[in-house]
Ligand binder design. Structure first.
Ligand code: AHG
Ligand code: MN
Ligand code: MN
Length: 319
């Protein structure tokens, strides 16, 4: 079944259907641009600008952002916020929905031909001024998803009743439904950037040490570690075969609230994970319930297999 047919069957809101169809066209454009080796956007140099978070912008970050803006202009969308924009874009209409996006996630992996992606979140405006509409909690999302530009181009999508995986059929350039996603409740794989161990908080340190002790330790089983360094790639693996992802708050000046962005990274991923039977937390509260004070707010993010996320939360008390 094609994505377009899936949406006409399962999505009651024509506006959301139109937004997702348009986003998927933008993603196909981005995916083809990534594969085009004879292309200045894939040049192995940075444009030299930094975005609002102080990260270097690469040509593909900007290409992806522009592709999303162009496609959203034709959608029932009144505003757009992204990692690559300081504030938000006001489309100057009264349409019901707003979109937040990380146009290109994992940009440090562009030059090395490792999986990258596009994350999006669709929220009703709820008659709010745009300045307030963008600060609604994740629980308000009506749909979220991310495109993965890897060996295959895929889409993880939720419209609020389950999480579904689609893959781009290269022959006709259309997304085909692969299956419904359910994250296995148990896992013995964790994903964390272990280089930052010295900056971790106590509960992260305790949890990872317990995993590393393996079958002779308190957990009584051996763990493996996987870390791609693109949130979309790690999330894709965890949604399909289980696991736990941790990017905790740490003691580095810039990352005291965590590194990942709440509105266009953590919230959309948390919605997909919860709809797939998993859990997503900042350590003490559910991601989808966190208050949003600014568009580029950072958060700690721990998500994945239920049993493991609960174990993470309990690890301090048990030690
Ligand atoms: P982005 O490229 O959009 O800035 O996101 C990168 C994020 C995320 O994809 C990944 O999980 C994390 O940064 C990796 O951070 P470290 O380099 O600190 O490990
Ligand atoms: Mn990102
Ligand atoms: Mn990005």
């Amino acid at each position: 079944m094609y994505l377009t047919d899936f949406l006409s069957e399962h999505c009651a809101d024509n506006n959301i259907t139109s937004i997702i169809n348009n986003l998927s066209n933008a993603a196909i454009k981005i995916s083809n641009e990534i594969k085009n080796v004879d292309n200045k956007n894939n040049a192995q140099f940075n444009v030299g600008n930094t975005n609002i978070d102080g990260d270097l912008q690469k040509p593909l970050d900007i290409f992806a952002d522009e592709a999303l803006i162009t496609c959203l202009r034709d959608c029932p969308v009144s505003g757009y916020a992204s990692e690559e924009q300081d504030g938000f874009i006001d489309f100057n209409n009264n349409h019901e929905f707003i979109v937040l996006a990380d146009p290109l996630d994992g940009s440090s992996n562009i030059d090395v031909n490792v999986t990258i992606g596009t994350i999006f979140s669709i929220i009703p405006r709820n008659n709010l001024p745009l300045t307030e509409a963008f600060l609604q909690k994740g629980i308000q999302q009506k749909s979220s998803g991310f495109f993965v530009y890897g060996p295959q181009t895929t889409l993880f999508l939720t419209i609020g009743s389950g999480t579904y995986l689609f893959a781009l059929n290269e022959n006709d350039q259309k997304f085909l439904l692969i299956n419904k996603i359910s994250i296995p409740e148990k896992t013995s794989e964790f994903a964390i950037n272990a280089a930052y161990k010295r900056f971790w908080d106590k509960s992260t340190l305790k949890y990872i040490e317990n995993c590393q002790q393996g079958e002779n330790g308190i957990r009584g089983k051996n763990f493996g570690m996987r870390w791609v360094g693109s949130l979309v790639a790690d999330a894709s693996r965890i949604l399909i075969r289980g696991g736990i992802f941790l990017y905790p708050a740490d003691t580095r000046e810039r990352y005291r609230e965590g590194r990942l962005r709440l509105t266009y990274e953590a919230n959309p991923i948390a919605f997909l994970v919860e709809q797939a039977n998993g859990m997503a937390t900042n350590g003490s509260a559910e991601i989808l319930n966190l208050n949003v004070k600014k568009i580029h707010q950072r958060t700690a993010l721990i998500f994945g297999s239920q049993e493991e996320v609960i174990e993470f939360r309990n690890s301090l008390e048990k030690s």
